[in-house]
Design a protein around this ligand. Structure first.
Ligand code: HEC
Length: 242
């Protein structure tokens, strides 16, 4: 994904809006597919066809099925479109509300100063401890040194329905392979400002296995220690010994 520095702010803003529009359209279409799938799947048709005894009966079953789809499109469908569109629009409007932007309750801790979560040790040392802890599990995905090579990347993982993926490693919501970020590069998708990393750890990365740690498990003071430690893994504070 290149940088588009030649575009003006206004042009970038219109691209942002259009990208959001594409997402909304996709969400609505997916919602409609799910609704239509309740009554009209190929397997349902196949099931009905299997009971038909003659070619003539099969034809009739097929015709009836088509008519039912036509009826559905005329009667219930417009209302369902409206319902789904409204709920998708509402969630995007909510996301734009400044009140819903995730803000830390405490200021970033000085990486070389004491941890706000555990003042007996430095922020980097506490970040390291949390990173390596069995409760946070960062290591199981990102690996001990942060290279993105944790155990979960070499094991077979389960789909939400309990069956196993054919390939080893993690997968995103769309079933595609995804690798935990290599934290030693110091390059991040959601920006590399401390607040960006704070938000990624607190809220997770939706659509990927990167979990949300805020609210459950880690408090904001601990998340700042992790943010500091991630910068350390990326080569900052080379003289520190956490
Ligand atoms: C279940 C596996 C898993 C666990 C556990 C996990 N991560 Fe991740 N993490 C990922 C994946 C996968 C990505 C890449 C997401 C993507 O494709 O954008 C990621 C991305 C990240 C990023 C990069 C975000 C960006 O903007 O590029 C950071 C920082 C990060 N994780 C930190 C952590 C920390 C700190 C912990 C522990 C508190 C942790 N992760 C635990 C899987 C995991």
């Amino acid at each position: 994904m290149p940088a588009f520095q030649l575009l003006g702010n206004h042009e970038i803003a219109t691209l942002v809006e259009y990208t959001k529009y594409l997402s909304m359209r996709g969400e609505i279409e997916r919602g409609l597919c799910i609704e239509a799938e309740i009554d009209f799947t190929q397997s349902l048709l196949d099931e009905e066809l299997s009971h038909a005894k003659s070619a003539q009966q099969k034809k009739e079953v097929q015709k009836e099925f088509q008519e039912e789809i036509q009826d559905f499109l005329k009667s219930d469908f417009p209302e369902i479109v409206q319902e789904i569109s409204l709920s998708v629009a509402e969630s995007w409007i909510k996301a734009d509300d400044p009140e819903n932007v995730l803000m830390p309750t405490v200021k970033q801790t000085n990486p070389l100063g004491p941890s706000q979560a555990n003042p007996d040790v430095s922020s980097l040392a506490n970040g390291k401890m949390l990173y390596l802890s069995t409760s946070a599990q960062c290591v199981s995905c990102h690996g001990k040194t942060g290279k993105g090579d944790g155990d979960q990347t070499t094991q077979f993982q389960k789909r939400p329905d309990g069956t196993k993926y054919e390939k080893v490693g993690l997968h995103d919501t769309w079933g595609l392979p995804v690798t935990p970020r290599d934290l030693t590069y110091g390059v991040f998708c959601g920006g590399r400002e401390p607040i960006d990393l704070f938000r990624r750890i607190s809220a997770g990365v939706k659509g990927t296995p990167m979990p949300a740690f805020g609210g459950k498990g880690l408090n904001d003071e601990q998340i700042w220690d992790l943010v500091n430690y991630i910068y350390y893994l990326g080569g900052e504070y080379p003289n520190a010994k956490p």
